[in-house]
Design a protein around this ligand. Structure first.
Ligand code: PLP
Length: 223
């Protein structure tokens, strides 16, 4: 597909700018299997999708060594389709959803890696826990009894704005929350170590604020 002839080069260019230890997730949502194949040929193995059905379809038709990330709003009734193979769910936005993922993890005998999504942007349309809600949920403690999920870190999306100061402030706030949670609930536990922040327009800023998983779509797959 001509449209994806640049994909491999773009991936290599982006990867060359990332510090060691930062994982690039190629967000292939809305793009066909051919787009993923072009990225795969350039050595890319981490891919992100925002719809369970698209993720399942792509998982079925692409190589087994791909690590699939779920980054969209997750409906409870869709968890069962991705539970057997999902590498990381970035978008846990309620304790109820965490419980549901735990239930499906138990059915397939997995401990499913998850991130808690933090609502930090100014848009109301975005999902996630506010920092206070997130701390309250962790304080309450029920999550500790869920044997088939593993909280590996936090995810956030900054506001969709050109205001660099605001974006900096939002990523900085999430990093502060990440450090607080790490110290309070996961001290000396390596499993809490993922900060998923940054997309095509703002990933360099996110990395400055400690992001180690960047989710890049349009900069890889669009003209
Ligand atoms: C679509 C999407 C991305 C990628 O956005 P781009 O601006 O295309 O890089 C990253 N994260 C989430 C949660 C998304 O929905």
């Amino acid at each position: 597909m001509k449209q994806y002839s640049e994909t491999g080069e773009r991936i290599k260019r982006i990867r060359a700018t990332l510090p060691q230890g930062v994982t690039l997730i190629a967000v292939s949502k809305y793009h066909p299997v051919e787009a993923v194949e072009a990225a795969y040929a350039a050595g890319q193995r981490h891919f992100g999708e925002s719809k369970a059905q698209d993720l399942v379809t792509k998982h079925q038709s692409l190589p087994d060594d791909i690590c699939w990330h779920f980054i969209g709003h997750l409906q409870s009734n869709k968890i069962k389709y991705i539970a057997p193979f999902i590498h990381l769910i970035h978008s846990i936005d309620s304790l109820r959803l965490l419980r549901e993922v735990d239930k499906q993890g138990a059915k397939v005998g997995r401990k499913i890696p998850c991130l808690l999504q933090i609502h930090i942007a100014q848009e109301d349309t975005k999902f996630g826990f506010t920092p206070d809600e997130c701390l309250a949920m962790l304080d309450e403690g029920e999550w500790r009894s869920l044997q088939n999920v593993e909280i590996r870190g936090l995810m956030c999306m900054a506001s969709n704005t050109d205001n660099k100061e605001q974006i900096n402030a939002e990523f900085a706030a999430v990093k502060t929350l990440f450090d607080t949670i790490k110290e309070r609930f996961f001290a000396n536990e390596e499993r809490f170590g993922i900060l998923s922040a940054g997309m095509s327009d703002d990933y360099p800023i996110a990395i400055k604020h400690g992001s180690n998983h960047v989710r890049v779509g349009s900069a890889i797959f669009c003209e």
